[in-house]
Design a binder for this molecule. Structure first.
Ligand code: ADP
Ligand code: MG
Length: 629
């Protein structure tokens, strides 16, 4: 049941980031980012002040980014929160910082045409972002929410935390809790939500690697039983390290410099800003492709294109990523004193820059662990803040947790059926493996579509993930051996991996299957499977028969085309007739409900039996060919 008190007075989770901010809510559906239709989940943490006749106009997010006015467009305001001028690294800020009372940093925004300059505090600027996020949540939910949980970096001191609270108050919000960003990431993965001994199965130490736009943080957390005897665990931050001037911006810059080095004529400032955007787009593209083309308009009006391979990009950014790894070493060394030699058992990836494959690779190597990446790295902190909000509002925690797999997990087979791999109610952790093969000759890739649900056909289940296993060497259909493993770990994270045994090619991905489904929806899916069991089985059977019959018919017609001269004409006619009969069933199967599955299966079986001789002839022929006779 939905918790009425939460739905009426929800507590929002807010990730108030240096580069991007988000708002999320955790209700009976689990945590989700609140996004108005057609908009992006991320709100750039940018506030632009525009002098107007009757005061100042304020713009937030994408709109503020659109037309450049650097002195009045405030980015990275988080760096100023609760700091004095002396603390701040002013490099890279495009606006003017001035000294305020007690040496607090403020921003001077130039007025225009007789209008006085405006001085704003970082708290006021952050409040604009918070107000924008709260309005966004209201648009999505249809009700206003005043209570919020806001996240801050683990290293934020009291002054910085207080400044964040004040920003909330200025925005008219009730900040019920300030939560550390790495703790939020842990909560988003369900860590520390329940008695750790049972639920977290011995996970005591978690590393959170957060590589954002302008900052890098590594935190080592220890999960300790809560004071009430452990009904809820607490995260203790036992070590942090990082660099407040190391992030995706540096990667953009390295790429930009590389492009400029290849140019004969150096770009002016306008072209540079276009080029920077093109570099960012290429960087994002390279997170999922082996190659990118950076295209931009030069100052002389011509289009220019520079292509870059992933390997080149990797070598460009290696020094930057290595700096993050050195920070990890530092944090681990600090943590060792308390951990007494226990290495983190989980490393969670947070921040947009962790989408970069090289980053993932080096982090996996450093921690000797496959990092948790099932949740979107830009969203994980906001989702965790929302989970904290739900816990604080006393909503049903059980909805967030699972000890069993709530719905079966399987793969779509050719023809649209589902091969269930882990069945409903299996206890977690659960692991199962199945072998698959290709359907078409020389197929070099397999598209794996992972479904959740109890029905027999993919169309009636819920697609939760899909990915490709590529690079299988060309082989006849059915020869490659693809072993697919499903592992649901103690936190309900599904890891799917596929390996082609002959070539060793592998691919893997992670998802959190339970997110976004209510208990009622799960029950509803289960009921539907019982009601539809008979028709579903029938449809599945027909689908399998269709796929296999097509393969048989293709094989037989290919062999007949080659070998017709070598076989008894009466036998060839028999094959033609039996093939024709099966082909008729194939046509009928376009309407599965009207197809007699038993008769279809018999027709297929008859052809199978009949074609044994053809198979023998075919093998003999290919042996002769090999022996050169
Ligand atoms: P912050 O925590 O600093 O607000 P985010 O976690 O939102 O920042 O990260 C923003 C950074 O992530 C930017 O530098 C952006 O370019 C980078 N980023 C986002 N998506 C990708 C991607 N697909 N590949 C590489 N970098 C990405
Ligand atoms: Mg962040």
């Amino acid at each position: 049941m939905a918790d009425e008190s939460t739905s009426r007075d929800p507590i929002l989770g807010i990730d108030l980031g240096t580069t991007n901010s988000l708002v999320a809510l955790c209700d009976e559906r689990g945590p989700r980012v609140l996004v108005p239709a057609g908009e992006s989940p991320l709100v750039p943490s940018v506030v632009r002040y525009i002098p107007a006749e009757d005061g100042w106009q304020v713009m937030v997010g994408d709109e503020a980014l659109r037309s450049p006015d650097p002195a009045r467009t405030l980015r990275s305001i988080k760096r100023l929160m609760g700091r004095s001028i002396a603390d701040i690294d002013l490099g890279g800020l495009s606006y003017q910082i001035v000294d305020g009372p007690q040496h607090t940093a403020r921003v001077r925004i130039p007025g225009s045409a007789g209008q006085a300059d405006r001085i704003v505090t970082p708290q006021e600027v952050s409040a604009e972002i918070l107000r924008f996020l709260a309005a966004r949540a209201q648009r999505v939910l249809g009700v206003a929410a005043r209570r919020v949980v806001i996240t801050v970096p683990a290293y934020f001191d009291d002054a910085q935390r207080q400044a964040t609270r004040d920003a909330g108050r200025l925005a008219g919000l009730d900040v019920v809790r300030i939560v550390n960003e790495p703790t939020a990431a842990g909560l988003a993965y369900g860590l520390g939500l329940d008695r750790s001994a049972e639920r977290n199965r011995g996970i005591r130490t978690v590393a959170v690697y957060d590589f954002g736009g302008g900052t890098f943080d590594i935190s080592i957390l220890s999960i300790v039983p809560g004071p009430d005897g452990g009904s809820r665990d607490l995260f203790r931050v036992i070590a942090t390290a990082g660099d407040t001037a190391l992030g995706g911006d540096d990667i953009d810059h390295a790429l930009l410099r590389w492009v400029v080095d290849q140019l004969r004529q150096k770009p002016g400032p306008e072209e540079s800003s276009r080029l920077r955007l093109a570099c960012i787009a290429a960087k994002h593209h390279l997170s999922t492709h082996d190659h990118a083309v950076i295209t931009w308009q030069r100052d002389d009006g011509t289009q220019h294109a520079q292509s870059i391979a992933l390997a080149e990009f990797d070598s460009l950014i290696t020094p930057i990523v290595e700096r993050t790894i050195h920070c990890c070493d530092r944090a681990l060394a600090d943590a060792q004193i308390e951990l007494e030699g226990v290495a983190p058992q989980v490393v969670a990836l947070v921040g947009g820059s962790t989408r970069i494959p090289l980053v993932r690779r080096l982090v996996a190597e450093k921690f000797a662990l496959e990092p948790y990446s099932a949740l979107d790295p830009d969203q994980v902190v906001a989702l965790g803040a929302a989970v904290q909000g739900a816990v604080l509002s006393g909503s049903n925690r059980a909805a967030l947790l699972l000890d069993v797999v709530p719905l079966s997990l399987g793969l779509e087979t050719a023809g649209g059926g589902i091969a269930k791999i882990i069945v409903r109610n299996a206890a977690v952790p659960a692991r199962a493996t199945e072998m698959f093969s290709t359907q078409v000759d020389n197929q070099t890739g397999i598209h794996l579509r992972v479904f959740q649900g109890e029905r027999e056909m993919a169309a009636d289940c819920r697609l939760i993930a899909d990915f490709h296993l590529r690079g299988i060497p060309p082989m006849p259909a059915g020869i490659p051996q693809v072993e697919v493993t499903f592992l649901v770990d103690a936190n309900g994270v599904l890891n799917v991996s596929a390996i082609e045994k002959r070539s060793g090619r592998r691919a893997a991905m992670q998802v959190v299957p339970n997110h976004g489904l209510t208990r009622e929806e799960v029950d509803q899916m289960e009921r539907a499977s019982v009601v539809n069991a008979k028709t579903d089985m029938h449809a599945h059977r027909i689908a399998d028969l269709v796929v296999n019959s097509k393969l048989d018919l293709k094989w037989i017609s290919e062999r007949l085309a080659k070998l017709r001269q070598e076989i008894d004409p009466a036998y060839a006619r028999e094959l033609d007739t039996a093939s024709g009969r099966l082909a008729e069933f194939l046509q009928q199967a376009a309407n599965p409900a009207a197809t007699d599955a038993d008769a279809f299966a018999r027709a297929k079986h008859d052809l199978d039996q009949l074609s044994v001789r053809l198979q023998e002839v075919s093998i003999a022929a290919s042996l002769r060919a090999q022996l050169g006779q």
